[in-house]
Design a protein around this ligand. Sequence first.
Ligand code: UDX
Length: 470
Amino acid sequence: MNITPTRITVIGTGYLGATHAACMAELGFEVIGLDIDPVKIATLNAGTVPFYEPGLNELVGRHVESGQLRFTTDSAEAARFGQVHFIGVGTPQQPGRLAADMSYVEAAIDNMAPHLSDGDIVVGKSTVPVGTAARMQHRLNARLPAGARVDLVWNPEFLREGFAVEDTLRPDRIVLGTSNQRSIAILKHVYAQPIAQGSALLVTDRQTAELVKTAANAFLATKISFINAMAELCEAADADVADLADAIGHDARIGRRFLNAGVGFGGGCLPKDIRAFRARAGELGLEDTLSFLTDIDRINTRRRQRVIDLAEQALGGRVSGRRVAVLGLAFKPDSDDLRDSPALDVARQLHRRGADVRAYDPMATEMAAIRHPGLDYRYSLTDAIRAAELVLVLTEWNEFVRMDPVAMGELADQAIIIDARNCLDADAWKQAGWNYAGLGRQHPVYEDPQLVHVPDTIAELTGDLELVEK
Ligand code: UDX
């Protein structure tokens, strides 16, 4: 094989794989995407993406139509087609354990290996425990056709859901873990366009490349939990975490991004990646080294409980039988991903406590209704808020950020709102008569003073914070 491949295989067609396949087609390559799920493959071959990711549907549709991109369940066909084979399968948390489930990565290697050709390269993109690439190279070598040599490179993916296309076509950095000069040359060709447009290229060994991804996600999770710990302090000291984040964020060494306090992080990456990272450190005999990630995880899940506690306080101590509008189910805006979503978790816990939860998300309602029947799902914002006794904002979709507090006040039965993402204009909501509570901000003042600690200084100022009964 020369170093200018034109055909690419992408194994796994989830958020990562489907996006990578479509973006490789966009970069001019012929691409086959492989998955074990025939329904997903049929949907993709019809030019439609089975999940919501801005811009991806259009990209897949266009390249499927032109014939440059297709999808299959046949691993032999896919392995024979490509010269560069990207692995983008999931590495979910193992049930009941911290460690990641590597069976999909192993299956991808096993199924592909016998059909690969000498000189092909396999490029791992999935998030894996350090040491996986070396292990997978042995596994691959043991299954290759006689005489074939195939290099396995690690090339972690940093895409954010909601920005997946942009992050894949114009990543801030491209990390290649290999010492094989030919593989480096091939991947420089594959990524020639983003590199020419300014993406940084870093070449390192495979284990460092694996660690780059887990370290990046652990750092991001730590940053979020740090500000959420500050939110706990702010709540106790009657300070304001949003002002605090703005002020410390001006220090370029700290930076303002990923310092939004709220109901915490979720999704298919951060929570399971910090757990798997800890588990891997333990396997390496470094039990203490990443033990702080346990606290990061605990701080994060405490925020969900805090929202539930606030909801109970706001409703006089019990949520049972009370009408609660839940705005947001996805783990973040511009995504319909419900994996480890704080919003869905809070909604379900309130439902379990007997609340009459009316849940709405601009993109994830249908999926949530299929996966978690039992909640009362609403298909518009107004339907969710109508007659509510409490409104919870759990995902900062633009549709919620832009809500008109006056109009919403006319729909709700009680003007009490908990902004669990600190995404609303608190003053505008208070002026419209709402009892507004953010997280890590001024103590909310509810009807029954027994239910919430109200510092004297605040109690004196409660004129515009009193609960508004309608
Ligand atoms: C993350 C990483 O950002 C990405 O680089 C990696 O490839 C995959 O994992 P993603 O899971 O798409 O991406 O979401 P991200 O934007 O990182 O947000 C993760 C969670 O943190 C969301 O639930 C979000 O709401 C929350 N978050 C983020 C906060 O609570 N506060 C913040 O300031 C930022």
